[in-house]
Ligand binder design. Structure first.
Ligand code: R5P
Length: 298
């Protein structure tokens, strides 16, 4: 066998869905934790092309472990390592916002660029960066869209035609635009002012009328939930109809989802890029279709 698919055990459900979509067996990296907290990943039988599924939310611990495993895969004969990381962390820190800060986006991209031959990810937060190719000069990259997974999810029961797709800030424009285009709906973006990690104020653009109109409120990331919470409160005050929330990457806990429901969301959906209860919009089929024939078992 020339191609294999590996994953870490805490990604088992999502990685198994991908294995099923690809019709490939899945094998797991075993991670030994030493008494002092250091870890040693032990990779399974490795093939010349090795696909690695790793969700990189909560990245601080996972990142070093992944780079250690890369050393093991290479030593075990991997010539081509393909990383499937549906969530790419640290992309939001793409500038020095306060004197003394790093540009974390560049640091993380540099490490992954050196370690892998191809990276497949979903809706990376590239605000001031034009493309993944700018960040990954050596490694091939594929950028998938949560919007396309949502369109599949809605295939049987699309939202009402009067639904307005709304993004909470100008930065959400690309995601909002793509979702609205894919589902054939109108869209608008709100105006966000951030005063702190969970302190955001959001305004309605002038002349946006929402009375009784169903809303699909979308963003790429939900972390503290502060952005979506403020947007939902504003939409409720503007008498919007039922509000469905969709985020590509639900980084927050179940408490964050509960708070959005309490604020007035009718339902909260996300992709399964990060493990969690809202992750019912599965990415496996989209990822499987994006892999070139040379990277999958015939
Ligand atoms: C920011 O630019 C992103 O697109 C999200 O709006 C943001 O990361 C959400 O964070 P939080 O849930 O903490 O408000």
């Amino acid at each position: 066998m020339n191609i294999s698919l590996h994953a870490f055990r805490d990604d088992a459900p999502e990685a198994q869905r991908l294995a099923t979509a690809l019709g490939m067996p899945l094998t797991f990296v075993d991670v030994h934790t030493f008494p002092d907290g250091e870890t040693a990943p032990c990779v399974p039988v490795t093939t010349p092309t090795t696909l690695v599924y790793r969700s990189l939310h909560q990245p601080n611990a996972k990142f070093l472990e992944l780079l250690l495993a890369v050393d093991a895969w290479r030593r075990n004969g991997a010539k081509r390592l393909v990383l499937i990381a549906p969530y790419l962390p640290y992309m939001r820190q793409d500038a020095v916002f306060r004197a003394g800060e790093p540009i974390s986006q560049k640091v993380v991209a540099h490490l992954l660029d050196a370690a892998f031959d191809r990276i497949i990810t979903v809706d990376p937060h590239l605000h001031r960066t034009s493309s993944l190719a700018e960040l990954f000069p050596t490694c091939e990259t594929t950028c998938l869209f949560g919007a396309d997974a949502l369109a599949r999810h809605y295939r049987q029961r699309p939202p009402p035609a009067s639904t307005l797709v709304i993004g909470p800030d100008v930065e959400s424009g690309p995601w909002v635009n793509r979702i609205a285009g894919t589902l054939g709906l109108e869209y608008a973006t709100l105006r966000k002012h951030r005063h702190g990690d969970s302190d955001v104020v959001i305004d309605l653009p002038d002349k946006l009328s929402l009375a009784d109109r169903p809303v699909l409120l979308v963003d790429d990331i939900c972390s503290t939930g502060g952005t979506l919470h403020a947007a939902i409160s504003l939409l409720k005050r503007a008498d919007a109809g039922p509000i469905t929330v969709f985020v590509t990457h639900a980084l927050g806990s179940a408490n964050v989802t509960d708070a959005l429901l309490r604020a007035g969301a009718a339902s909260v959906l996300s992709t399964d890029s990060c493990p969690g209860v809202t992750g019912t919009v599965h990415l496996a089929a989209l990822i499987a279709e994006a892999l070139p024939p040379s990277d999958v078992l015939a």
